[in-house]
Design a protein. Structure first.
Lengths: 162, 263
């Protein structure tokens, strides 16, 4: 009998290679994991459609779950209903993002106009709200670049995908 | 997918996937050449999104038995690609490797009209009776919003900037417009339960969204007619010679070792 708790624990060791301080669990990417006998099934919600890290994440999830005692097979399904949203990132996850230098997304209303810019979040380093956007895009699909006028540092923020 | 016409669905997926892949490749060609460093970052990210969207759309085709994703992306002759010809046009004179004198204003206008069109198309696809497409379209839409926002910003800035930037935008509009009707051709792809809108529906929504922007910056709007003859009709597999060149460049590494599993 495989314990579900052990599976979640294993998943907590898997990280997004582009944000290595955060586990896929804290990212809110794991919708469900369950064991039937020695067979494990896990449902994963991909973040961005074109995220190049997905294959690596899939491989790492497979590796981590296979190593749990009693597990014989692992089936990974990517699911989209409902799609992942940055709102799913856990409170601990948001704190870790901040420590990594990426401001978590600001909570947002669902029906923002198509041409409205993301709200610029407070600086992850000094907490100042005197910040502005530098670039709507960034080093990965899910991030954009901001600047803090308070501590005069550039920083990254996660897109809200509203 | 009981009430979905498989042939029409497959044609639609090819159109969408090929549009994203081809425009994504053209975007890649700006790498290192964009007007400034921030734009290099932005355009690389946009290109990555588009190619990623294409991969996911080809995956839907693979699931429908059309072949492997990589073969669909690289292994077809030009006449099997159903992208609109607008998206295969070069970014400008020269090539990436040889004296590139690309036209940024053309890229901005092309991307603007494509992003508006793509937003309209994705809104319809999100209503598809074929759930895998509806789900994917809904997710792509959230990301395309950033592209549209970016190109609207550029368009406004250049159209209201200096005399030179404005005249470049006007020239670009002139160059893009003849290729616009080709975007709206659905050919075998619709309409139906898989995609509940006609070409005329797409066009009227497109005009409703883009016309106000042109008015705002004082660029004259030109009417778009769907009744004219389209010589290079990409949706029917009739392309310009530029597509063959693009595919040769894009597939250069793969063609050296088609059976390799990774490079």
């Amino acid at each position: 009998m495989v314990r579900e708790e052990a599976l979640w624990k294993a998943l907590e060791t898997v990280t997004d290679p582009e944000i290595p301080s955060l586990s896929v669990v804290e990212m809110g990417m794991i919708k469900r994991v369950e064991a039937e006998g020695r067979e494990v099934r896990v449902e994963v919600r991909p973040t961005f459609v074109g995220c190049p890290a997905l294959d690596i994440i899939r491989r790492d999830i497979h590796g981590a779950l296979s190593a749990v005692e009693g597990v014989q097979s692992v089936e990974i399904r990517f699911v989209h209903d409902p799609p992942w949203s940055p709102e799913e990132i856990s409170p601990t996850g948001k704190e870790k993002l901040r420590q990594f230098g990426i401001a978590p997304p600001v909570s947002c209303s669902g029906d923002a106009p198509l041409t409205q810019v993301d709200e610029v979040p407070p600086c992850p380093y000094c907490g100042s709200t005197d910040t502005h956007m530098e670039n709507l895009f960034g080093p990965t699909a899910c991030r954009f670049i901001c600047y803090c006028n308070g501590c005069q540092q550039p920083f990254e923020a996660m897109k809200s995908l509203r | 997918m009981a009430n979905v016409d498989r042939g029409a669905l497959v044609a639609l997926l090819y159109q969408m996937a090929d549009d994203e892949l081809i425009v994504g490749h053209r975007d890649c060609e700006w790498l290192g050449l964009a007007p400034h460093l921030e734009e290099d970052v932005a355009f690389s990210s946009i290109a990555q999104d588009e190619v990623g969207h294409a991969v996911n759309l080809y995956q839907l085709l693979q699931d429908l038995g059309e072949g492997r994703v990589d073969d669909l992306a690289y292994g077809r002759p030009p006449e099997r690609y159903l992208n609109a010809v607008l998206l295969e046009r070069p970014n400008g004179k020269g090539t990436y490797m040889d004296n590139p004198q690309f036209d940024w204003a053309y890229t901005v206008v092309r991307r603007l009209v494509y992003d508006v069109f793509d937003g309209v198309r994705l809104a319809v696809a999100a209503q598809s009776a074929y759930t895998p497409l509806a789900d994917l379209a809904a997710r792509m839409r959230r990301e395309e919003r950033y592209h549209l926002l970016h190109h609207v910003t550029w368009f406004k800035r250049l159209a209201t900037g200096t005399e030179e930037s404005r005249s470049r935008i006007l020239n670009a509009v002139e160059k893009v417009w003849p290729d616009l009707p080709g975007l709206f051709v659905l050919g075998e792809a619709g309409p139906g339960a898989h995609f509940p809108a006609s070409s005329a529906d797409l066009l009227s929504q497109f005009e409703a969204e883009l016309k106000p922007l042109f008015q705002e910056v004082g660029i004259p709007w030109r009417e778009i007619s769907l009744n004219q003859e389209i010589a290079e009709n990409g949706r029917l597999g009739i392309h310009s010679p530029d597509l063959r060149t693009l595919l040769t460049t894009m597939g250069e590494v793969r063609f050296q070792e088609p059976e390799a599993v990774a490079w």
